[in-house]
Write a protein of this length. Structure first.
Length: 172
């Protein structure tokens, strides 16, 4: 390996380890995904109830991963990834899930989470390939993806009066 290739591999690993999110593109839109770095690859879990939706990634395909700086939030490096879907309950799956469950925030089912992941979710390994640091300067902003989430509804007109109560006139 050349010195540049070694530097790029080290940059991919350090930047991805430190970043809480990575942006992943399969053949569809880019998605921001939480992940863990284990044994030289990023691991993600999703596509199940209550979990992050994964982009259209299939076993054996490739994906484009972009990593941001934890300090400034700007893009640091982009790399191509070989996608591998880990078989539930396999040795590699168990190792990945052991790390992923420690990073999963606000899990709805705590103790049963690992069983739910085995039954209903996919765990993917994104193994780095070629890296590039010549990233575009623009924002690359895109319209938000469709979702079932809704925004807050306006509060009922009488609610402030109920919460704050009417000011009572002093008795004479």
């Amino acid at each position: 390996m050349t010195a540049d290739a070694l530097f790029d591999r080290a940059l991919v690993e350090e930047a991805t380890k430190k970043s809480g999110l990575i942006w992943v593109r399969g053949t569809g839109p880019v998605r921001a995904l939480w992940h863990v770095w284990i044994d030289g690859a990023a691991h993600i879990v999703g596509d199940g109830p209550g979990e992050q939706p994964l982009p259209d990634l299939v076993d054996g395909a490739s994906a484009e991963v972009t990593v941001r700086s934890k300090d400034k939030g700007g893009r640091v490096i982009a790399w191509t990834a070989a996608v591998t879907e880990l078989a539930p309950r396999s040795e590699a799956w168990e190792a990945a899930v052991a790390e992923l469950k420690g990073k999963r925030l606000n899990a709805p089912d705590g103790e049963r989470m690992v069983d739910r992941w085995a039954e209903e979710c996919r765990v993917l390994r994104l193994t780095p390939g070629e890296a590039r640091t010549d990233l575009p300067d623009g924002s690359l902003a895109a319209a938000p993806l469709p979702t079932t989430a809704t925004t807050r509804q306006p509060i009922p007109a009488g609610l402030p009066r109920l919460l704050l109560g009417r000011k009572k006139k002093p008795k004479r």
